[in-house]
Design a protein around this ligand. Sequence first.
Ligand code: HEC
Ligand code: HEC
Length: 433
Amino acid sequence: MSLLRASTITTIVLATAPSLPALADVPSPVDGYRPDERAAIYALSPLPAPPRDSSNRVAADARAARLGQYLFFDLRLSGNGKISCATCHQPGRAFTDGRPVSLGLATGTRNAPTLIGVRANHWFFWDGRADSLWSQVLQVVESPIEMGGDRSHVAQTIYHDAPLRQAYEAVFGYMPPLADAARFPRRARPDPDGQSEPAQAWRAMAAADRKAVDRVFSNAGKAIEAYERLLVGGNSPFDRYVAALRSADHGRKTALSRAARRGLQLFVGAAHCSLCHSGPGFSDGEFHNIGLPQRPGSEPDGGRADGIRKVIANPFNGIGAYSDDPTGTAKDRLEFLPPPDPQLGKFRTPTLRNVALTGPYMHDGRFNTLPEVLAFYASGKAADSEPMVGQREQTLDLIPHLTPRQISDLIAFLGTLTDAPLPPSVIRRARAP
Ligand code: HEC
Ligand code: HEC
């Protein structure tokens, strides 16, 4: 739908531009933008309705969201009872953790992205190794460096907490008989080669019981997705500015400083940022290699190449047994994945909404500040002597050398992308599930 609309705009611009060369050159007296710039600006705001997730039939269910909100802040999801989702996705920091890379049970290798507006994506994580928000959750919970939990423990926690169990059963139906300790160990998770107790306990379980636990585990993920889908931004100074432009409300157009307006013009124009940071989410949702040199001493990160292999192998993906629509759009998307190898070193274009609040930046948090990010783009290519994972995309050559003033204009513009605060009811720990 939004794709259709965007391409219609492009067609109109392309079709009319050659016959109206004069118009394209002369700033319009109304607001100083050429028609093509105006179309490019309108493509960035307002936020559209989110894509549906047919793989999760409770994605829009309010009771599921309430349960998910409770679980999001629940320390019991982790192996040591000390880490919740909110440890690394803190509501007060636009759902990031302010660290270069996250610290869970161990130090990770990636930066924690914001969850505001996350529902607009089709692929999750920097490398897109999850194809739904609910399956994303399951990976973090069991990751030994993040929450170090296990699926049995999640199911048991819900089962043995009366209000939680009641909330779960109201949404998903009766739970399996998890109190039967002979069939359902307290801690169990698959790990084919693992010798840990939970890995051995999992192997000892009956196949049907493992499926029952997997079902509860995936449902917990689905409830958390329903909550995450409420984390919606919008109404940033930039959104208000675009609304004013659309309605020719001259008074409110000063919502953006002159510097920010120059930055906006660069962003959609000469600096070519909106080639990738496109649409109202300021991301094309795709994966790119922007030529960040590999950092000395760090392991090479394959990025999307690894992400593709992992999402195909994941039993909780959109075509798996726990998807509520295994033949739907998830199937198309998984079937049309490109071959992994050329995707080496690519990462998903991050949103730029709330970017002033979400530093440090890049998949590995290598830049602490926006001036550092812009200095990277401004300097063009990394030196040939610097090792890289994969190949830098040629599109980046379109970005001209940026002057210090252009850099500060772009940063002023990025500062206008901070969304209005979310309602308090959505960002706090719920007292009951
Ligand atoms: C130890 C810190 C930590 C914890 C705890 C944590 N996350 Fe994350 N989260 C991260 C990091 C780091 C990434 C990026 C990892 C990557 O891309 O490889 C991430 C990525 C995500 C993403 C993908 C965002 C996107 O734009 O693709 C979502 C959604 C998410 N986390 C939700 C959750 C939920 C829900 C929980 C709780 C079940 C959780 N996280 C727990 C650190 C954490
Ligand atoms: C070819 C696509 C592409 C273009 C063009 C592009 N970006 Fe990016 N941008 C990305 C990708 C991909 C990343 C993440 C890279 C990574 O972490 O490996 C990124 C990261 C960023 C970040 C860090 C955000 C965060 O949360 O970590 C900022 C800020 C940013 N870009 C701004 C810009 C600006 C300003 C321009 C124009 C001068 C621009 N980008 C042009 C693809 C692009």
